[in-house]
Each structure stands twice: as structure tokens, then as C-alpha cells.
Design a protein around this ligand. Sequence first.
Ligand code: GLA
Length: 430
Amino acid sequence: MIISKRKVVFSGLSKRWFDQIFLGCGLLPFFLFGAAEKMAAQAATPPLATTPPMGWNSWNTFGPDINAGVVRQVADQMVDFGLKDLGYEYIVLDDHWEGGRDRQGHLLANPQKFPEGIKALADYIHGKGLKLGIYSDAGDQTCGGEVGSFGHEEDDAATFAGWGVDYVKYDYCNAPDDFKEAIRRYTKMGDALKATQRPIVFSICEWGPRSPWLWGRQAGAQLWRTSFDVGDIWDTPGNVQSCIGILTAIDAEANLEGHAGPGGWNDPDMLVVGLGNKGNIKGGGCTVAEYQTQMSMWCLLAAPLMIGCDIRNLDAETKRILTNPEVIAVDQDILGSQGHRVARTGCTDVWLKPLVNGAIAVALLNRDDHPEMITARWQDLGLKPEAAMSVRDLWSHKDLGTYTGKLTLTVQPHATILLKVVSPSETIKK
Ligand code: GLA
């Protein structure tokens, strides 16, 4: 099995295979070693990412063409469009900000793209009440061929902290396939970030083959990718191996809900909502219904919400999808429970996410190219069949009424209806 990033096609089979290797390989001593020291250190630092991180990442739109001017404009728009007030707070510089190392081995920013350096940019971003994220790699080169952090972990972590970085996305290109080595490399950077004593969210990006949901927290991370890069596309194309579709990323999260919670999140990759085939990533574009499905399901899955489109030019539909406070509230619910699938029939899914105060979010997902009637049965939702429940449609902002036993709605092709279901004695928060 080749784990090299560019060559693997994600499949449930390969993930199961890795899970079995993990559980069968006696990793327990590895996890237990040093656990007491780590728990003591963790107790001293404030909790990070108690709800899934939200923000914007440069990669999907800009790829290699990122620079300080663009980032400042994005920061301005995050505030001016009200995205910040909705919880989007991290601005993450993905690959290609780097400019090699100086003679002492310290990381440098690309002087053409970031002439004032990263610290000045961080100051600007912090001045807006936002936070700065940055990208590096556990190999000696990043996926884009820039300088990586392998062998420089302590120094790079100190550099990031000195610049005022609040979030590090750490990739796994040009690094060995071996999972124990991957754990070692991520733990090394996780420890180095912790040693800076600056609260820095640590995001593992090894795409899932080494089951990072099993060891991510122990390595010091607050989120870990569960699949390969999501393209601007609904379903995974048979002939393109370098990206997956929205549906595949959703399916990769099924059965991983036990590994997510406050301080540690499964990450199905960034949002492609609003890219409209104009970005840096492959795919060909999605319909509005498909983008809305991505947002619905990411929230149902308590996934990190990293916008990938150019927020300087948001069209009305994209803005509507990204800024619905009732939908975002499902993602950010303080219970921190990742949703799970409770029923699958042919091309339709019913997913459930427990919310605080006994409420639940329910997603009705239609994979089909035709409208489908989808039924959520109370017994599948863990409700008593005789329970009368109030149902609210979070996209249309409408109370649908009180239902007993089950609820059937027509769902348009590739669309998802996201509902909040509560006992009528509870007030539905609007
Ligand atoms: C990998 C990651 C992407 C992006 C690029 C940058 O492909 O999975 O999210 O960071 O590298 O080169």
C-alpha cells in the first residue's frame, strides 16, 4: 500500500486496514509513555479549540499566489462582512508563504510576498480581533516544495510563537509512510509548540491513512484531517486521484464520532462552498445545493469550518450559506458531539447530532440526482415513538410544527435539510 500523498485513492478499505494495524501493533506503550508528564503540562495550559475552529484558509482560492496584501484584504472583509462576529476567527496562510532559512537556520517568509514579514501581518490581524494561522510540514519540504520543519521543530515553533502565530497546520508530504514515525514527528512539533507556552492550535494534516484520530490528541493536536483534499466537486471522480468529492469526505467521518469532542476534532478538510470552479483546487465546481450540503454536513459533524473561497467577492448565495447563525450554532454547540449516521436507504441518509439541553440536529441528505422523500424515524433518533417533537428547518428559518413518531420531507437532488428537533417544552433558540 502506497501512502504517498499524491498517489493514494482514499477508500474505506484502506482506512479499516490501518485501524487494524494500529490496534494490532501494540501502540499502547507508546501512548502511555510520558502520559503523566503530558497531562500535567496540559493541565497548566488553557484549553484550546473547545469548539471546532472557524476561519479562512488561503489554499483553495490562492494556492501559491498568496501575499500580504491579499491577506490584509481578507482580514478586513472578515470583519466588515460580519464573519468575525459569527465566529470565523483564524486566517490561515497555507503553503507558499515560506522563503527558506537564514544562515542560522531560522525560517524566513518569502520577501516578495511578505515584505514586512509575518510579525507585522500578525499584528495587523490581531488588531482586527482575529488570529493568524500558518502552514508547515513534517518533512524537509512541504507539499509545494517549500522548506519544511523536519529537524527544525523547536526553532520553527519558537519562530511561529515569536511572530504571534495562533494556529499551525502541519502537513505530511516528503515524510516516511511509517505510522510510528508520523506519530513521532507530529508529537515532536506538538511538544515544541507547547514548549513555547503560547496557545497555538495544532492541526494535523496527514490526510487519514495513519488514523490520526487515535493519536492526535496525544501528539498535542486539536484537529486532524480524516481524508484527502476535498475538491470543488460533489462525488469523487473515478479518473482523478488527487482530490475527493464532498460525499467521500462525509463518508470518511462515519463511525469516527467517538474520537471527536472539545479540544480534539475530526477534520474533513476545508469548505469548498463558493469556489465555483474559480479556485486553485481541482473539481469543476458544485451546485448551490451541493455547497449547502457541505455546510450542513460539516456542521452536523462538528467539523472545523475553514472557508476556502475568496471572501473579498462573496455572492449572495455563498454569503447565505456561510453566514446562517442557526446552522453555525449546530457546529459550535458546546456539547461538542460529532453527529453520526442513523439510517441509510439507497441514496438517502439520516444523520443525528446531539445538542446541548437535550435538543438534536437532524440532517436529511439526498445523494440522488432526483428529489427523494426522506423519513426520520423517532426510534432511529433515540426518541420514544409517542414523543411529540417540535421541528425547525434551520435553512429556511421556519418552524415546521410538531411531529410524532416520524417526519417525512422531500429533499431536492444533492441537497440536505438541516433540522433542529426539541421537545415542545424547550424553547427553540432562533
Ligand atoms: C496538501 C494539503 C492541502 C494544502 C497543500 C499545500 O495537499 O492537504 O490542504 O495544504 O498540501 O501544498
